[in-house]
Structures are given as structure tokens and as C-alpha cells.
Write a new protein. Sequence first.
Lengths: 439, 292, 292
Amino acid sequence: MRMNKWISMLCAVSLLALLLAGCGGNGADEKNGGNGDKVSITIWHNWTGQDAKAVAMRQIIEDFQADNPDIEVIDEGIPTDGLKTRLRTVAAADEMPDLFVMWPDAMTKEFVKGGLLQPINDELDAKPEWKNNFIPNALDGYTVDGNIYSVPMNLAPSSFIYYNDALFKEHGVKVPETWEELEAAVQTFKEKNVIPIVLGNKANWVAQSTLFSTLADRITGTDWFLKTVEQDGAKFTDPEFVEALTKLKQLGELGAFQEGFNSIDETQMMQLYFQGKAAMVINGGWALANLVNNAPPEVLDNTHITILPAIEGGKGDPGTTAGVVGTGLGVSKKLTGSKKEAAMKLFYEMAGPDGQKATLNSSTLVSYNIELDKSQAHPLFVELYDLMQEVKITPVYDSKLGSAVVEVVNNGLQELLDGGKPEDIAKKIQDAQAAAVAN
Amino acid sequence: MNISTPAALRTDGDGPRFSLRRLGRIIFWTVLTLYGILTLYPFLWLLISSFKTNADFYNRPFGLPETWHADNFSRAWDSSRLGTAFGNSLIVTLGSLLLTLFVAALSSFILARFQFRGKGGILAFFVVGMLIPIHSTLVPLFILMKQMSMLNTYWALILPYTAFALPTAIFILTAYLTSIPKELEEAAFIDGTGLWGLFFRIMLPVSLPALSTVTILSFLHAWNDFSFALVFINKTGLKTLPLAIANFADGYQTDYGLTLAAMTLSVIPTIILYLLFQEQMMKGMTAGAVKG
Amino acid sequence: MNALRSRRFIWMGLGPTLILYALFVFVPVIWSAYYGFFNWSGIGEAKYIGLGNYAEILRDPVFWRALKNNVIFVAASVFGQVPIALVLAVLLHKSNMLQRFLRSAIFLPMVLSTVVIGMIWQYIYHPQIGILNFLLDALGLGSWKLEWLSDRGIAIYSLIPPLIWSYVGLYLIIFMSALQNIPGEIHDAAKIDGASGGRKLVSILLPMIKNTVQVAVILCISGSLKSFDLVYIMTKGGPAHASELLATYMYNSTFTTYRYGFGSAISTTIMLISLLLIGTSQWLTSRKKDAS
């Protein structure tokens, strides 16, 4: 049985190869431990694209690498959704990278609860000129039990009306400052066969984040919302919240949004706006870069930015937009000694004054007080920047509620805009939040 | 070559009844051809769109490009290290493919041609493997690989790809081999062929059509996988194609020209493989028919 | 045949397969089933809650919606993909240019990544600039226009054509390889008998590839119960859970809402349901066999 021997050998060899490969991988890992002269740190991020922000952030890492030959930075870019999935998986196995892009609120809280992060209080306190320059409340989303775990590297106001002024002029419509004017504008555009407000709510957070969070705040006020989140004397079934839902439903029934808005994504939503088929699009500050890069000149040059109009009788401040501070960097609990030193140095490069400046210069708003160099920036970004100097930020719903409740809110809004009853949806949200708080 | 003349073109039979039937056939084949063109369209769309700029893609998703940007391909190739990713994908895909083919063929031969205790149990055991939603295995597999120090090696992908491709492969191959007449191996035994010889010299050649199906399936499975590659590999140098392609898309902005160009490039090996094996398989058939 | 020798051969052949499969597929599955008994966010402390997660799944209306949608998907695949592929396999099993072209065209969607397929079908169904509504308008059927993907009543049905269309090629090649196993004389004999088209398929070919059809049905059931990508890309399970599937429901619980234990319980449930369905289908087909 010559054949027989051959096969046995083949099996043995492949098993051996397998083992060797395993050991090889192990050896490589140990080398990264870095007790030699060169310290190596890993950083996982989502700056993979070709947009200005991503390019700017990658540049910082490259420069850091060049300036610090004794530190080896192993950086890995993974697109946002993938990064979140990967982080969840490694978190379950307690294998966090040294530094990673981290979202405020829900993710930060979960990771702190799991004992995966270390606070950066000491580093912040050592550099008061850094710590004190963040805009008010910027660090809240990264603070758990009095410890600060990160700082935001950008700012994401989520609710602006980008409007095509040429279409407003052509049809003699005034840019709305009150809710009635908005409804009138919707009606006029509808009659003229122009999409009044283009909406792409397939990824169901869009309506919640870009429209409803601000609309609801106008009616209920921020205090009510924060109390309701704690389930402290206020409930989502309260009349003011039902009124907010009703207001959104009425806007939908008026024909403000194009047909099929629950089936198109954010890309297609912006696409319809670029094609000049829509008078307005409601989107976050993050949409600006896309607009500047991809909108044809006849649309881009006529585009201006404003906030959602005031609602008469509402308890909220009309000069606000919903928003969250942007992503920060999580610092793994396992970091110590020279490795930690190196990681914090990179942290400061990215999220310190220079990093914030680089971010602002890439047409991205920051949660940090620095002046914009207006001669370098696109006029539309200057407009946004100036608007932000007057506008205050109120919480976005999905930043304050637990992730399970957010799912209920998002799906509820899809249902609401598709004929659902405000009272029923309010009840579902209330039940979910009550259950989440009770846990 | 009578066998391969399409029915519609055959000239036998005349008279009104037959020409009516012929007309029906022509219509039938025309409809089928239209369907074929329809299924081809997505590929054409991908190909055409990969020459567009982002603005062009936004403004006219169905039109031809305003200007044909062939540089999308070279830019895509350079900016996301597609070359390395191509190599990595080839290594893990071919590695798992060869392993799958050998292991699955051998097991299927045994399961299809031998009677032994526990056979039904083993078959059922393999069915379970086809039912697993892979996302639920990500965390356990990650921990397992960490303990075996296998993360960040090619094996971290080759072995799970093989393991997850096995059930389907074994199923297809076993079903195929069961239907082969017994006389074949009896004749071989009389000739004095051993079991390994029977497997290599008789069973493998006979099951070529099924093997080529399994090849195409396993190749697609490994070539297009995103989830495993995302979680088990975090060295830039070991990234596979789907990961590299995903890099063109960032949360709020996707460069469609580059993404689609990269996708077009990544589809080419699969198409080549398909044409190679599909035609091989069909040749095998005609040969068999002649012999039979 | 030497019994001892063949027994050694059996276990030597099956051994590597079983080890590989058990380690990388079965262990993680059991592991994840074990997580299903815990209230665990995926990070940090886990709390044992027995069957609590399962009780909650059964109470959750979204689960029942997802199950119903999955059953629709299974039915559509079993009664759509398999028969279409079978008919096409019989029609296209020759090798002239036209047939070769059609075969490749029908297989092509399998090669493309789901991202591309999802993207194209979204543009076909697009409410403003979609091809489908445009065609209906052009044909004077404007009243048939629907909000294909955003109407909660029809979204799940709108997903069926892309589903069938993208997988027909898979079953086509499986059936083609099975048909080649049929000796040429049988095709000739059928021709002499004057059996053609439908009759030939049902009375002669079908019984001969019965095994393969069974395998295809099992692949179909398991595949559509696991299906995830297409729906996740095209509708994200929306609007308002209208097109939620078990796998998207599981994915959301595991990776979006920080409920890892609950997600694991769902995936175990998916496997149990699949086993049940496949068991039933096996029982049905074997009963039919006994009857005939």
C-alpha cells in the first residue's frame, strides 16, 4: 500500500504546517510586546475613505510616525460598520487594541462597564489649556462615574436644513422661519411638482437624528426629555411628546417627503437633492463635505443652510439644533509604562489642539474652541461655521437612550410616517424605556 | 455534432403545423435570450459605472459616463493596496478550496459507498453545519483562534472557510456519488485496485461534474466572505479583497467610481474560474455520452 | 473486500473532516448556544437567566414577523428557485453558443457581490428614478406603480425577485452536473419514445436525479433561513420591521443593541427551526418515495 503511506505523510505534513503557522503567529505577537528599544502601539480607526477628514487624520498618523522613530504605530483602517462589529467581537474576548475610535454615550458606557478602558483624567488635568478649551458639555458623553475616558475629535450637529435658494426664488417661497411658513412652503413646492423635503429613511436613524430630535425638542423642551430618559416624573406618553409625534406625522401627510422615503438611503437622498429635484434636504453637518465634493455647481452655488423653524407654543428654545459630540479615542486598560506614554502622545496629536485644527481645516466641525481660517475654507463651510457660533446644541435622541430603545424609536418613526398612530408609538417607546431603566 | 444543434434550427419536418411549432420555438428561445441579457445587465452596469466619477454616478446612475475614467482602475489599485489584497485572497481561497475538495471528496466517497455504523449520525451532524447563521459564531471562533494563536495568519481564514464549506460540499458530492452504479467499483476490485486507488483513479474522475460545482461554490464562498476576514485578520498586510474594497466606503461618503472599479477587478477571477470549470464539466458530459 | 482494511480506511478518511468540522463549526455553535442562557451585553459580567431569553423571543412580535417573512422566503426559494433551475437545466444542457451564453448569463448574478446586486435592485425599485416605475408608465400601466420597498405590505414580496434571480444560477449548475450523470442512452431512449419537454422531465429525468433535488431543497431551505445580506443591504429589515428576517433580527440584537445573549438565543432558535423544516421536508419526500 504505497498510496496509503503517501496519504499518511501528506496528512502529517499538513498538520505540522498548521502547528507551525500557529506558533509563527504567536511569535510575531510577542515581538509586539515591545520590551526592546522600540515601542509599538496599535490604533484602529475608520478613516479609510478619500474624503478630506480621513486623509487629514491619516496624515497625522504618518507625521507622528516620522517624528517619533522610536515608536512604531500599527494603524488599521476599517469602515465604520465593520469597525463597530470588530470592536464588539474583540471586546467580548477582552482583546482591545491600544487605541481605537470610540463613540460617545452607549459604546463608552458599555466598554467602561466591561472594564476595558482606562480614564484619561490625569493627562487632561496636566494640560488645562487643552481640557478647558472644549465647548460646554463636550466631555459628557465620555464621562462615566466622574471619570473621563476620552475627548471628542469632532462635532456632529445633526439637524440642518440645506436648501436650494434658486428653487425658493423661482417659486416665490420664503425661507421658513416659523412652522406655518414651513408648511406653506411644503404646499407650494408640492403643487409645483418639486419635492419639498427629500428624506432617505431606509437606515431608520435618519428621520430620528436629523429631524425628529430637533422637532421634539422645540415642543417638549430639553428638560422634559432628560427627565423622561431617567423616567423621573415624565413619560413618553405625555401629551407634549404625542404632540411632537403628531406634528411630524402631519408634516408627512402634507406631502413634505417624496414617495417611498422609507426605502431610499442617505446616498440616494442626497442624490435627489443634487439633481435639483428637491427644494430642501434635512441632514447633519457631516453632509457638507459630500455636498461640496459631489453636487453640481448649479445646485451647490445656490445651497444655503439654516436650522429648523420655531414652533409656536413649544417649550423648547428655537435657536437650537440637535447634535452630538463626535468620536473620540478609547484607551485600552492594559496599557502601561512606555507603551501608555507613546499611546497618550499619539492621542494628544490627534485630539489635542493641532489635531482639532487639522480636523476643522478638513471642513469638519469640532467641539473645540478654535478660529476657522475663512480664506481657506469653502464658503458653504464658512456659512455653517458661522451659524454654529449662534446655535446651541440639544441632545439627539439616540445619544441619550439605550440602544434597544433607540431601535424602538427609529422603527416607530418609520411606522408613524407610514400611517402609524402617535399614541400607540408613544406607548411602545415608553414601555421600552421603562424596561431599560428598570434593568 | 447532431446532439448540440438547437431544436429551433433543426430543419426536419415541414407543413403548416410544424412551422407553427417552429415559430413557437423561436419565440421561446427569444424570450430566454432576453432573460439572459437581463441577467447580464447588472454586470454591464457595474462595468460601465466603474468608469464614472462620483458626481456622474450621482447625477446619471443609468447613463453612460460623461467621460470614461479608466484611471479609476489604476487609482483603486494603488490607493487601497489591492495588489496585496488580491494575493491574500488568492492564497486563502485556493488554500481552503484545495483542502475542501480533498477532504470533502474523500469523506463523500466513504459516506456514499460504504456501509458502517454511525453513518446516518455523521450525515445528520453535517446537515447542522448548513444551518448556522455565521454571525453568531464570530465571537466563539475569535476566542478559539486566540487560544490556538491562529489569529492574523492565513490559517485563521483557510480553516474556517474549509469547515464551513464542508457540509454543502459533502452533501452535493455524496448525493452524486450515491447515484453511480455499483458495477464500477466491483470491476475495479476484480482488477485488484486498492481503496486509495479506487478513490483516486475511479471515484475522483467520475465525480468531476459534481466536483466542479463544489469548486465554484467553495471559491465564491471564500472569495466573497467579509465577516470572518473582518474579525480574524487585523494586519493590513493580510487583508483580503472584500475588506480592501470596503475601505473605499466611509460612513458618510463613498467613492463610487473607485469602489465599483475595485469590484469589477475582483469579479474577474471568479468569472474565469466559472468559464473554466463550467466548460470542463460540459466537455465531460459530451465525452461521457459518446462513450456511453 | 477486507473488512478490517476498509474500516481503517473509513476512519482515516473521515477523521480529518470530522475534526476540522467539529472544531471550527460545531464547537462555536454549542458555545453560542450556551451564551443564549445568559443576559449578557457581550462585554463584562454575564448573568445566568435560564430560558429567559427564549421566553422573551416567543413574546416578541418582531420575532413572529421575522419568522413569517422567513417562511415566505423559504417558500419562494423552494417553489421558485428549484423548479425554474430544473427547467432551465433540462433546456440548457447542450453546448451550442446560445446555450453556453444563457448558462453563463444566468449564473453571473452568483458571482457579483450582494452589495452590487442590492444597489442595482434598489435603483430598479427606486420610487423617483427607478426603472420599474418608469417602464410601467411607458406601458400605460401607471396605476400599477407601487412603493415597492417602502410599503410595509409589499416590501417583503418585492425582495423575492432579486432573491430568486440571484440564486437560480447556483441550482442550475447543481442540476446540470446531476443531469450529466445520466447516461446518454436514456436521453436517446426518451427521444425515440417521443417524450419531450415537460413529460421527459417528470417521467424520466426527475426520478433519476431525485437525490440531487433533495439536496437542492435542503440547500434552499437552509440558505433562505440564513439569508441576511440581500435584505440587510436593500431594506435593513425595514420599514418598521416589515421585512425583518430571523438573521437580521439576530444581527441587530447581537451587534446593534448590545444584547449578545439574546442574539445567541435567536441564532439557536434559527437552527432549531431549520432542523424542523428540513426534517419535515425529508419526511415528506421519503414518504412520497414509499408511496410510489
